[in-house]
Design a binder for this molecule. Structure first.
Ligand SMILES: *Cc1c(COP(=O)(O)O)cnc(C)c1O
Length: 221
């Protein structure tokens, strides 16, 4: 068995264990296997082992890798989890089943326009900059209420949930708890939070989608 499949099984088992231990509904946590920078040959073993939801950070890279992989695995889903430029909205709406990095009005406007043209909509998550880090994408917690309102009222967007990437030097749990609190206040069911180092804590705090890369595919080059 490939190392990737062994690691994938370990992550899946941990997700199941945490789901059970914290009395979450079975199957309520979706594993997004983050395959950014991994070539198609590295992704194939995970697909062959039955993994169907993947995360990518770059539009160009996803465009180069996924059309061929999807021909072989038509039910594979690809989620955009990286920063998205507004001028890539068209390609992103065409290519991705979900976008986790909606974080500003110019992008909301472009995504809404492309959804109307394409006649299909990716599932949308708004990224929240829970640590208010200047270099990081995401809407500040102080502006999230107004931003969600703008998405809904001015752009007609259906927002499924929220996403965050806690500051590297902070314990992640307070950030996960804050994201869950904001989502609950808005009646949003999706919580995209938790990566290789902290997905178990994220599940404890209500994650519906964990984004796990290196714990499955190994360290990125
Ligand atoms: C790369 C990345 C991940 C996966 O990170 P790992 O630490 O390799 O699990 C998750 N979320 C986002 C937004 C990423 O950019």
């Amino acid at each position: 068995m490939s190392e990737t499949v062994t690691r994938l099984d370990t992550v899946k088992a941990a997700i199941e264990r945490m789901t059970r231990d914290f009395e979450r509904e079975p199957g309520s946590v979706t594993l997004i296997a983050v395959s950014k920078t991994m070539p198609a040959e590295a992704i194939l073993p995970a697909l062959e082992a039955g993994q169907r939801v993947f995360g990518e950070n770059y539009v160009q890279e996803a465009k180069a890798k996924w059309p061929a992989l999807r021909e072989r695995f038509p039910d594979a889903q690809v989620h955009m989890i990286g920063p998205l430029q507004s001028n890539k909205a068209r390609e992103a709406v065409e290519l991705f089943d979900a976008i986790h990095s909606l974080d500003r009005e110019s992008l909301a406007k472009e995504i809404a326009r492309e959804i109307a043209k394409a006649g299909k909509a990716p599932t949308l998550y708004v990224q929240v900059n829970t640590g208010d880090e200047p270099q990081k994408g995401g809407v500040s917690p102080s502006e999230i209420d107004a931003f969600l309102e703008t998405c809904r009222v001015h752009h007609g967007l259906v927002i499924e949930g929220l996403m965050c990437i806690p500051p590297a030097d902070d314990p992640p749990s307070p950030h996960f708890a804050l994201l869950a609190k904001i989502a609950a206040r808005h009646g949003l069911s999706g919580l995209s939070m938790g990566m290789s180092a902290d997905y178990e804590a994220a599940i404890q705090l209500g994650a519906t989608h964990v984004r796990v890369g290196s714990a499955i595919f190994g360290a990125r080059g």
